[in-house]
Design a protein around this ligand. Sequence first.
Ligand code: 5GP
Length: 240
Amino acid sequence: MAVKRGKLIHAGKANNVYETDNPNYLELEASNRISAGNGEKRDVIEGKGVANNTISKAIFTKLEKLGIPTHYVGEGSNDASKIVKKADAILLEVIGRFKATGSYVKAYGVPNMMPFDGVYIEYTYKSDSAGDPRITADAIVANGLLSRRELGYIEYITERVAYAVKDFFAKCNGELIDFKIEFGRLPNGQIIVIDEISPDTCRIIDMTTGQSLDKDRFRKDLGAVSEAYVELAKRVEKMS
Ligand code: 5GP
């Protein structure tokens, strides 16, 4: 049964959230808005919303097939949107890294692209006013964000997502360097992967050219931002 879009309830930095005629579902629309540095740098990138949504839908579909629970329900009312389950967001950003770059290199001064043994996982507290600070496992539990058991579960799911997404982008000739995912709780308490998994939330390097195919093009002023997103989405569409 088709789900009908209702009124706009939230316009975030990159996504618009709409009510639907099903009280358990929302419609999440990926916009062309892009931002970096906690919203300090902003622009509009033609074609980004549709490209991100194409990629995100394909990844969530793969995760669901692997038995990893997500909020994804199905196609939305346009090419930039998807229908998702309503969930209570857990205020964490869970970051998985295969190679060190970005804030990790800045924090610890290790060589750029130093490989990790497996997936390195870290957490930030999702707070724009505090600038998404790193948060330890003990603080996550002490602050009541998750129980110890739930934290263990999230770590297990993040590791599974890491390898699934790495394999997904490898099929598009891309190497997954790192990514950020978010989790939410359904009314029955089940923890699921929410939000999006896209070039806005992952670092992906073209395996042939070594070029970034993600938001780093915007962060570092590398140019051809729209072209990179659209190219990756084309590869995803070819694959599926
Ligand atoms: P870093 O911590 O090195 O800046 O980012 C690690 C990975 O997580 C990158 O793939 C980056 O895109 C993603 N990431 C970290 N924080 C955020 C955030 O606040 N928003 C988005 N969209 N991605 C993030």
